[in-house]
Write a protein that binds this ligand. Structure first.
Ligand SMILES: [Fe+2]
Length: 242
């Protein structure tokens, strides 16, 4: 399975009141047929939301670090010594053993993504404090011909398995180069806005908002073509071969 929508995933609860749809998880030899269990290193990737005027219950995990990304809406994040308003475009790294609460004070749902990286087999040390950063704080760069990239988090920020968390835009009627990946890494593209054609190996997908495409492996390559007259906007995360 290379492309999967959160709509295909069963709902579950985390942090008491967060409604979670896990899209991809790490390969599990004890459950080899689990839908979406295709990641090699990263433990879990989910689309989540909080209902209006609802807070999560105080939660901490000893064995994992979490990365939140706010897709839509606004809320209040409390964790460690920090209490801060969060909005669309904010990423949040929540270290292990950090009690945290996310509150939605608005009349509309608060939509966000959660990445999980467990400390088992981690290559780096986790953070010891919460980090919140909006992708707009980082300069725009360009790569693979037409990827317009705002970095959100990287290895220097205390990620333990992830190497890169990005906001990637591809402008209207543009194609990136085609490049391949082996299966000894993870690279996932989640469509936030707009749509495009994602060619992964010999498969052709129309990738729409809420669809996540895993492109490791892709042989001879993959490319996300924007064949529309609007920009497309994606949330990207990867663990590279090093
Ligand atoms: Fe790629």
């Amino acid at each position: 399975m290379e492309m999967r929508s959160w709509l295909q995933s069963p709902s579950s609860l985390t942090h008491g009141n967060i409604i979670k749809r896990e899209i991809f998880s790490k390969k599990d030899s004890d459950d080899p047929h689990k839908p979406g269990a295709i990641l090699n290193y990263i433990d879990s990737f989910s689309r989540c939301y909080l209902e209006s005027r609802i807070a999560s219950i105080p939660t901490s995990f000893d064995d994992r670090q979490l990365i939140f990304y706010i897709v839509d809406g606004a809320g209040i994040f409390e964790g460690g010594d920090l209490k801060q308003a969060v909005r669309e475009g904010d990423g949040i790294i929540v270290p292990p053993e950090t009690t945290h609460i996310l509150t939605n004070e608005a009349d509309t749902p608060l939509e966000f993504l959660i990445l999980e990286e467990t400390l088992a087999d981690a290559e780096g040390a986790p953070r010891d404090d919460v980090l919140i950063r909006n992708y707009r704080e980082r300069p725009l760069g360009q790569g693979h011909w037409t990827h317009l990239v705002h970095p959100i988090f990287g290895s220097d920020d205390g990620l333990v398995k992830l190497h890169s968390v990005l906001m990637v835009t591809i402008d209207a009627m543009q194609t990136p180069d085609t490049h391949g990946h082996a299966d000894n890494m993870d690279e996932v593209w989640y469509m936030l806005e707009g749509n495009g054609i994602h060619v992964v190996s010999q498969n052709v997908y129309r990738q729409r908002p809420g669809d996540a495409a895993s492109v490791a492996p892709s042989n001879p390559g993959h490319t996300l073509i924007n064949d529309t007259d609007q920009p497309l906007k994606t949330f990207y995360f990867a663990r590279y071969t090093r």
